[in-house]
Design a protein around this ligand. Structure first.
Ligand code: SF4
Length: 360
């Protein structure tokens, strides 16, 4: 079911989405009523994934990635054009982030384009992604927004767009004038984690095939091992994923690979326990970090990082690997240096984007 807020009933993008859809449509005057309906469902998270609310974003579309206190952040910008997700991963932070959790798409994309124009006019390097509050490619059957953004970024030379996904919805991305300013990016995990913790996502094989197809179309690529779930003999499984990754795509076309071990805010624990009864991911050796998130005990994280970084570096010595939300000590012990010693994490990522995406 698609719900449309009354004030955007006749917005051109609403009409486009409605005409492309064969789902039931309902125009609503009172969004609070819908929120209440979702919040009081037996599983509000599941209920929020089954509907789509079209509305306006009355705030800014471009946001600074919130990062996490005391952990090194990469200076990324989030393009907030949608919220929540149709897929269902046990560890997904969005389950605990939105109140109520509800699939929502903002139709006032001209406002978003104006914000982008202002940013582009700065002629500075920015890394911008749509895959933080949602998956970048889940709205492909409703809108051509990713293609529009790809072509828009392709007309300038300072900023890159990252489309991060666990889908293989790349059809609209093929044969676009992207000018290498869009990075097609996939979250990867072991077969075991994908099969047990990531409901409704594409298989590993399908993700790697989609990445290879995008590479053929000239797109730069990125990959995210996040969240890494530590389990018995997991290193072997992650190494297998890495081997398959480099058999599928060229190491020289990868802008970055991020690694982040599973972390969660305490409220997510109850959600996982209730919604994913067979999941074991919350029963590892966790301690509360400086940001109040639960993380694997640091020596366990570092031991994993060292092995995986070493394995990636054996195959692709020049590829940029970074941590999402780790502290300087974890960097020093795992990589042998801190981002500070290389000009900062932001500068390291900018440099790689500049080289591989031909930024100016
Ligand atoms: S694909 Fe990403 S956004 Fe969607 S449920 Fe999984 S973790 Fe959340």
């Amino acid at each position: 079911m698609i719900y449309i807020e009354k004030d955007i009933e006749n917005h051109p993008e609403t009409l486009e989405i409605v005409s492309a859809s064969n789902t039931k449509i309902k125009v609503i005057k009172d969004t609070a009523k819908l929120f209440k309906q979702i919040s009081t469902a037996s599983d509000p998270i599941e209920a929020g994934k089954k509907i789509l609310l079209l509305s306006q974003n009355k705030g800014p579309f471009l946001k600074k990635c919130p990062g996490t206190k005391n952990y090194l952040c990469c200076g990324y910008k989030i393009l907030h054009l949608a919220s929540f997700c149709t897929m269902d991963c046990s560890y997904c932070i969005l389950q605990a982030y939105f109140h109520p959790p509800l699939l929502r798409y903002f139709v006032n994309t001209q406002d978003m384009e104006k914000e982008l124009d202002t940013l582009f006019a700065e002629k500075k390097i920015y890394r911008i992604g749509t895959g933080e509050f949602s998956d970048s490619l889940i709205f492909e059957k409703h809108t051509n927004i990713s293609a529009r953004l790809t072509e828009k970024f392709g007309k300038q030379n300072h900023c890159v767009l990252e489309l991060k996904t666990k889908t293989v919805n790349i059809k609209n991305q093929l044969r676009l004038n992207h000018n290498r300013k869009t990075i097609m990016s996939w979250s990867l995990n072991t077969e075991k984690v994908i099969n047990t913790e990531e409901r409704g996502t594409a298989s590993l094989e399908a993700r790697l095939n989609a990445a290879a197809q995008c590479e053929k179309q000239g797109y730069p690529l990125a990959f995210h091992f996040d969240p890494v779930i530590i389990y018995k003999d997991c290193e072997q499984d992650y190494k297998e994923v890495i081997t398959r990754l480099f058999k599928s795509v060229s190491k020289d076309n990868i802008v970055w690979i991020s690694i982040g071990t599973f972390r969660y805010i305490p409220t997510l624990k109850n959600i996982i326990e209730n919604r994913f009864k067979n999941s074991k991911i919350i029963y590892g050796e966790f301690i509360k970090g400086l940001d109040n998130k639960m993380r694997y005990f640091k020596p366990i994280r570092i031991e994993f990082y060292k092995k995986i970084i070493d394995y990636i570096k054996q195959i692709a010595p020049n590829v940029l690997i970074y941590f999402c939300m780790e502290d300087e000590q974890a960097w020093q012990k795992s990589f042998g240096f801190t981002p500070e010693q290389r000009g900062g994490l932001s500068a390291m990522l900018d440099k790689s984007a500049k080289r591989i995406c031909n930024l100016q």
